[in-house]
Design a protein around this ligand. Structure first.
Ligand code: SAH
Length: 221
């Protein structure tokens, strides 16, 4: 990958600017901000977008998918209220950027992607960064990962048309699930918090734009 021919001072400036705009956007958890600051987003962005990798915007990646906007990654990670002992299930590995941001904050991340190409590239990036607490799977994340359930936290990074019932069933009694839910181009970011008795408290966290969660695995590479 053609690394951005950037002076360290420029990179530090880009990073500082992004962190400031995330704070202004409502990401206040220092651990989350620190994880974003330390995750080299340029490694997750295609060559032609290198000079925009520290801008607060979603960018195209392979297979017609996107790497999420850093503000949304920050807000979702914060909303998940992870703990150092959390085992987290992530649906939609994509570039692996959200996975990498989560990894230093939790014990284990299980991540599922329906494109082999994306999953392979994400695995290579995580390895290059020396991240060892991520377990990947090629498959349909809509079904969750029953063999590894229940999870402390579940994060969905593709839009679900309806309430994620199958995934909620794989959450611990006091677990937290964060997912974009809705049929249109704009969805509502929802948080479900287990009440310990099999029910959930539901909260709306605002509007987001995600690519759709699609059924099955991709037939293309
Ligand atoms: N978190 C990613 C953004 C991913 S975009 C990042 O930080 O880069 C959403 C991803 O969800 C895409 O890669 C898409 O292929 C994947 N996806 C969509 N439906 C899926 C499904 N049913 N199972 C697993 N992954 C799915």
């Amino acid at each position: 990958m053609a690394a951005k021919a950037d002076k360290p001072a420029d990179r530090a400036e880009d990073t500082a600017r992004l962190i400031l705009s995330l704070r202004q956007g409502g990401v206040t958890d220092p651990a989350v901000l620190n994880a974003i600051e330390k995750t080299p987003r340029e490694l997750f962005v295609p060559d032609q977008w290198q000079d925009r990798s520290w801008e607060d915007r979603a960018l195209p990646i392979a297979c017609g998918q996107t790497i999420s906007q850093p503000l949304i990654v920050g807000l979702m990670t914060q909303a998940l209220t992870v703990e150092p002992r959390s085992r987290v299930l992530e649906i939609g590995t994509g570039s692996g950027y959200q996975t990498a941001v989560l990894s230093p904050l939790v014990r284990l991340v299980y991540t599922i992607e329906r494109y082999r190409t994306l999953l392979g590239e994400a695995e290579a990036r995580l390895k290059r960064l020396g991240i060892t607490n991520v377990i990947t799977r090629f498959g349909d994340g809509g079904e969750g990962w029953p063999e590894q359930a229940p999870f402390d936290r579940i994060l969905v990074t593709a839009a679900m048309e309806t309430e994620p019932k199958a995934l909620l069933a794989q959450l611990k009694p006091h677990g937290v699930l964060v997912a974009p839910v809705g049929r249109g181009a704009v969805q509502t970011l929802k948080r479900y918090v287990g009440d310990g008795k099999g029910g959930f408290h539901r909260e709306d966290l605002g509007d987001v734009r995600f690519v759709p969660l699609l059924p099955g695995v991709a037939r293309e590479l």
